[in-house]
Design a protein around this ligand. Structure first.
Ligand code: SF4
Ligand code: SF4
Length: 309
């Protein structure tokens, strides 16, 4: 027998959680937050939706929207359009700063005059097979939240119901999981896993983790430009500082997806201690010497350092 939620009746606890999304989603424009149906969904929950060429709202959703481009979105679109990273970013993206975690991300740039997505045509999406994951999720959204008494964040889905979208009136039933599979969202999420985990950790921990690493720059480079990250990894002292085995070096030298995964796993190692990339003994020694020098400096009296008493 279906429970209350499956019949679209959220209990009060779920309603509260979804209302709290408003606070969690300050990065989202208000018009997006206002169309979230107050029902917390799991993969097994049902929804009614169908989108097809010929529906009276066809293309209404492909304008005036903020589409954050994930590393795997960029990879697919670059390949589709046969563009180098810089050329793609110049032509199609606008940098944007996620407030929580202070991370720069690229947004798909809508046409300034019409508000239309650059890939939208009268016949529909001209990059449909390679459309971004945000377009694949729609009309499902995903949220991450942490209860006050919990140590881990939990994720769940919610339904986006906008007046202009008439797909909700179509009598086609799906579970959320079926919809995600049909749209290819699951595969995109797998590819974006390390990037997503880093974003979540950064948003939760903020800049509490101190590092000399220019995190924002590294994050944007790893997200948007594998060729540049490769130049950094192989053209600097990186390989002398981190333990990267020969097989991994050979793979990331030529495989952009492997390089992107490596880059985010490395960032998680450096910032959050994930046991992935270790520091070489030589680099460790240098770090110890530097720390010892700093400790000596800190112990110096103002007179020692030439300061005024
Ligand atoms: S990428 Fe395609 S599906 Fe997504 S907003 Fe643009 S035209 Fe629409
Ligand atoms: S049904 Fe919704 S998603 Fe499909 S074209 Fe219409 S507005 Fe866009």
């Amino acid at each position: 027998m279906a429970d209350e939620r499956e019949q679209g009746q959220p209990d009060e606890a779920d309603r509260q959680k979804v209302l709290m999304l408003d606070e969690e989603m300050r990065d989202m424009p208000r018009e997006v937050r206002n169309v979230i149906a107050p029902v917390r969904l799991s993969g097994k929950d049902h929804m009614q939706f169908r989108c097809f060429p010929g529906i009276d709202c066809f293309n209404a959703c492909c304008r005036n929207i903020e589409i954050l481009l994930t590393p795997y979105d960029l990879y697919r679109l670059r390949k589709r359009l046969d563009l180098e990273p810089e050329a793609f970013l110049f032509e199609y993206a606008t940098p944007y700063f996620l407030r929580k975690g202070e991370l720069p991300v690229p947004l798909l740039r809508m046409d300034e005059k019409t508000g239309r997505c650059p890939f939208n045509t009268d016949a529909g999406c001209r990059v449909y097979e390679d459309r971004p994951v945000t377009c694949r999720y729609y009309p499902i959204g995903m949220a991450l939240m942490r209860r006050q008494d919990a140590t881990e964040e939990e994720d769940f889905y919610f339904l986006i119901k906008e007046d202009h979208c008439h797909g909700h009136r179509q009598p086609r039933d799906w579970t959320v999981a079926e919809w995600r599979r049909d749209q290819g969202s699951d595969g995109y999420d797998v590819q974006n896993k390390d990037w997503m985990e880093f974003v979540i950790k950064r948003r939760s921990a903020g800049d509490m983790v101190k590092t000399s690493l220019p995190v924002s720059e590294m994050f944007y480079m790893a997200s948007t430009n594998p060729a540049e990250f490769r130049r950094f990894a192989f053209g600097s002292s990186f390989m002398r500082r981190y333990q990267v085995d020969e097989a991994t070096r050979a793979q990331i030298a030529q495989d952009d997806l492997a390089l992107t995964e490596f880059a985010f796993r490395w960032l998680k190692s450096v910032l959050y201690g994930d046991p992935f990339v270790g520091v070489t003994p030589e680099a460790l020694e240098t770090l110890r010497e530097r720390a010892a020098r700093k400790a000596v400096e800190a112990r110096k009296t103002p007179d020692d350092s030439g300061g005024q008493s």
